[in-house]
Design a protein around this ligand. Structure first.
Ligand SMILES: [Zn+2]
Length: 425
């Protein structure tokens, strides 16, 4: 039998500080996945779990699962990630895990170690992709979406290949997708995360229910004109690639502004020949467009293409588009979004709903077909992946309370559903 611990959100805050002491330095958190500091963070987590009647194992992709067996195999999953970027913040990822740990304690105490459904805490491996440049490694292996060929070739800065780094942690790269069996009885997935943006801060709200993660369309747009002498070529004789790009740019921002919640970013602009005495022959922009609604995202892309072609024709230059990357929007489960909003209202908050610009492990779990929702807690400065990342302690505590209420409601939701209505299992 377990030594039951009373639910205490203050403990989550003090454990976050403990972890910061253990695995951070004056520049911030240093828990980069598959490094000794990350291993240390996980050992610390295992110690914390050792007081609970949970079975702990690492899956084929290096994700760490802690399972509190219930009367039913159908499982409530709560997830996060202990890994951080180098010089990272003290909350990104580990808040999720430690809030989940506190909920495990509460559920264990409430049900005498045997809840009505199974409850599992997962610490995803390498969410950040800081070392090999590929984020959501563990969760995308588990969801089945990991591109094996691409991942096989990844190397870190020292030329160490991802498969070799993994084998040092007991992971056989060729078998990472076997981790998918962990989702067999998954009935719902919950993740608490800091917002990492300024939306809740600007609204002066501590918490938000997340609608889903943005879809992304990422393209390079190249305008081609003709290089010509900057002194001898009259304005009306020029085929200026930069001018066409420059005239298109305000239209791109307008597309973002009228998209009802989407964003457009021109992240880079390079010119050739790129010298002060020449009209620009070639101008290459990169464009990143995001929206939660697939129709709106497609429209944003179409409008941007139309604008590029219009200004290219106008300036007597050519334009070509190349897709760099794309992912569809991942909407979360409508009933779980409602439960999340209700849990926030239960703690006295306004239940605001917002999309997530960044991707999260939750998106991979949702793509695997598991009903999913996330809860956001306000970020001070609206900033993350930086040692100044912070959230007020009272908001952290409120987040743990609200997230626990969400877990409670979701547990009841799973129990009430007929088994055949679950997506997998
Ligand atoms: Zn994160």
């Amino acid at each position: 039998m377990s030594t039951a611990m009373k639910f205490d959100p203050k403990r989550t805050v003090s454990e976050l500080k403990e972890l910061r002491e253990l695995t951070g330095d004056e520049n911030g958190a240093q828990r980069v996945a598959f490094t000794p500091q990350w291993v240390k963070a996980r050992e610390w987590l295992r110690q914390k779990l050792s007081g609970l009647p949970v079975e702990v194992h690492q899956d084929a992709a290096g994700n760490l699962w802690s399972t509190l067996r219930g009367d039913s195999d159908r499982a409530l999953l709560i997830g996060g990630h202990m890994d951080s970027v180098p010089n990272g913040g003290w909350l990104d990822g580990c808040l999720n895990v430690l809030a989940g740990l506190e909920i495990l304690r509460r559920i264990d105490a409430q049900y005498g170690g045997k809840p009505p459904v199974t409850v599992r805490l997962v610490d995803w491996a390498d969410e950040e992709g800081a070392r090999f440049g590929k984020s959501l490694f563990g969760s995308s292996a588990c969801s089945g979406n990991l591109d094996m060929q691409e991942a096989r070739g990844l190397q870190d800065r020292d030329g160490i290949r991802l498969p070799d780094a993994l084998s040092g942690h007991g992971i056989d790269f060729e078998r990472v997708k076997e981790s998918g069996r962990e989702l067999e009885h998954a009935a719902a997935y919950l993740e608490l995360h800091i917002e990492q943006g300024p939306v809740l801060l600007d609204l002066d709200l501590p918490l938000g229910a997340v609608l889903g993660t943005f879809g992304v369309e990422r393209h390079a747009i190249t305008f081609r004109g003709q290089a010509a002498h900057s002194g001898s070529t009259p304005m009306n004789r020029r085929r200026d690639a930069f001018r066409a790009a420059a005239r298109m740019s305000p239209e791109i921002y307008a597309i973002g502004e009228r998209s009802n919640g989407g964003v457009c970013t021109i992240g880079s602009c390079t010119t050739k020949p790129g010298i002060v005495t020449s009209v620009v022959e070639e101008c290459r922009l990169t464009l990143d467009q995001r929206h939660l609604d697939p129709g709106a995202l497609a429209r944003m892309l179409r409008e941007a293409r139309d604008a590029s072609e219009r200004f290219a024709a106008d300036g007597n230059v050519q334009v070509a588009w190349e897709r760099l990357w794309q992912i569809e929007p991942v909407p979360f489960h409508p009933e779980l979004i409602d439960l999340c909003a209700a849990a926030i209202a239960d703690t006295g908050g306004t239940s605001y709903r917002l999309p997530s610009g960044p991707l999260h492990d939750a998106a991979e779990v949702a793509r695997a077909g598991v009903p999913t929702v996330m809860m956001f807690v306000q970020s001070l400065h609206g900033i993350s992946h930086n040692k100044i990342e912070d959230t007020r302690e009272e908001h952290l505590e409120q987040a743990v309370v609200a997230f626990d209420k969400l877990a409670d409601r979701t547990l009841a939701w799973i129990s009430a559903a007929r088994p055949e209505t679950t997506v997998r299992g």
